[in-house]
Design a protein around this ligand. Structure first.
Ligand SMILES: Cc1ncc(COP(=O)(O)O)c(C=O)c1O
Length: 445
């Protein structure tokens, strides 16, 4: 709970304050209650691109890439494209020297459209359709992360030697995150279990495929994880498994991919991820385990998505109506679960800030709701908002760069918002707003 939630009368004075860590780095105060992003006033962006709109601060994305590269200079950093993918973002990622993780032929098509180097692409997915596998092989992606015995056979038949392969292992580590995004624990759909022996069997199957070259192992224990100890434990188990494979098959695997999942704070006071602590503990753990098992050090890869792009984004909404319920005030906006399903999927909580004019009234707790036909269509629950907020006002919701546009839907036939990047005082449309013609173009009557 924020201070303003605890003491509503403080809301007015705290409104001048931008909570650190959850707003894009270029966010600044403008005139008359406005905010600037990349030097552009949010009111101007709303007028030019309409609302709702996803805004993206290019400099924040680039800075996060640089933060990762400098914290882990010898580790391959692969951006997880599922968090937010479009040509503009992939160009920045490529220019910053990151690799790319894709998990479908569609995501690969975006990478292909910007000629993202195949040598820096890793192809994932617990279900890869024949079309996915064909697209991955045709583009010559460097690594395919196999996830089932069926896939090993299918890929073996399709690929030409040497198709580099990683095996996705479920290390049995709890990342202490939401159930829906915990992928390191046993008994679920991702990867091959370490404990059951399935992972060792998968290694044998890959080695038996003449077209495949096993180059390493992969694990991803989940998303929005702030406990570095969970990543460290996964790394230890993976190296111990590499040592066991050395004994069983006489192989030394040269690569270890530890996945992504690094947490970001969505609201002031949320736990943040200690990147330098992570770098230190992971490298120590891998060095220690390798030397105690007398294994050569593998090349490490990590795959952050959210940590690169979440805090670069702001969603801008316009208030359509303010309604007073029996015990709550509802502020209804022109978007909702179609542009951000995270509150209904994971109970995600957000901070909200009114922009574009001075609000002098005290703050009261309000629930920001969307336009969709579900009671669970909530943008932000129980947030302090000025009591003089009214229809037509603008609301900015920070930390919406990751898993917002990529999870968006057309529920209620609402077109998806545009993605607008800003930098150095100018704005650029990366993805235009979806129109009614777009929506009807797939309906063949
Ligand atoms: C295999 C894999 N790598 C990386 C990621 C990125 O996770 P995050 O965006 O939480 O860093 C995911 C997310 O689901 C994933 O499945």
């Amino acid at each position: 709970m924020t201070l303003a939630e605890l003491i509503p009368t403080l809301g007015g004075s705290l409104r001048g304050h931008l909570e650190p860590g959850i707003w894009p780095r270029s966010t600044a105060h403008g005139v008359d209650g406005d905010l600037l992003l990349g030097g552009v006033p949010l009111t101007q962006l709303a007028a030019r691109f309409g609302t709702p709109a996803y805004l993206l601060d290019e400099l924040t994305v680039r800075q996060h890439c640089r933060d990762y590269r400098s914290a882990l200079p010898d580790v391959e950093i692969a951006y997880a494209g599922k968090s937010m993918i479009n040509r503009g973002v992939l160009r920045w990622i490529a220019e910053e020297g990151l690799s790319l993780d894709v998990c479908s032929a569609g995501e690969l098509a975006v990478a292909r459209a910007v000629a993202f180097p195949a040598s820096r692409i890793i192809f994932h997915g617990n279900v890869k359709t024949p079309e996915d596998l064909k697209a991955a092989v045709a583009y010559g992606v460097d690594r395919i992360v196999v996830d089932s015995l069926d896939e090993i056979e299918q890929l073996g038949a399709l690929a030409r030697y040497p198709q580099n392969v990683l095996i996705r292992v479920t290390p049995g580590v709890d990342g202490h995150t939401h159930r829906a995004i915990a992928t390191g624990v046993e008994d679920q759909k991702f990867g091959f279990s370490l404990a059951s022996g399935a992972a060792a069997e998968a290694v044998g199957r890959v080695l038996a495929q003449p077209s495949l070259r096993l180059v390493g192992l992969h694990c991803h224990i989940g998303s929005q994880i702030s406990r570095v100890a969970s990543f460290e434990e996964a790394a230890r188990r993976m190296v111990a498994f590499m040592a066991a494979l050395h004994v069983q098959y006489g192989i030394s695997l040269p690569q270890l991919d530890l996945g992504g999942g690094h947490a970001v704070p969505y609201r002031c006071g949320d736990p943040s991820f200690d990147l330098h602590g992570y770098a230190d503990r992971i490298l120590r753990a891998v060095n220690f385990e390798c030397s105690s098992h007398q294994l050569p050090l593998p090349r490490l890869t990590i795959e952050p998505g959210r940590a690169i792009i979440a805090a670069a984004g702001i969603t801008l909404y316009r208030v359509v109506t303010v309604k007073h319920g029996v015990s709550r005030t509802f502020v209804a906006v022109d978007g909702g679960m179609s542009d951000n399903p995270r509150p209904s999927l994971y109970g995600a909580r957000y901070s909200v800030r009114p922009v574009g004019r001075h609000f002098s009234a005290i703050s009261r707790s309000a629930t920001v709701v969307g336009r969709h036909c579900e009671a669970g269509d909530i943008v932000a629950e129980d947030v302090p908002l000025p009591s003089d907020l009214r229809a037509g006002d603008l609301l900015a919701v920070p930390c919406t760069g990751a898993y917002h546009h990529s999870l968006a839907s057309n529920y209620n036939m609402v077109g998806r918002p545009p993605v607008v990047s800003v930098r150095d005082g100018s704005a650029h449309l990366l993805i235009r707003r979806e129109t009614e013609d777009d929506l009807l173009s797939r309906d063949l009557g």
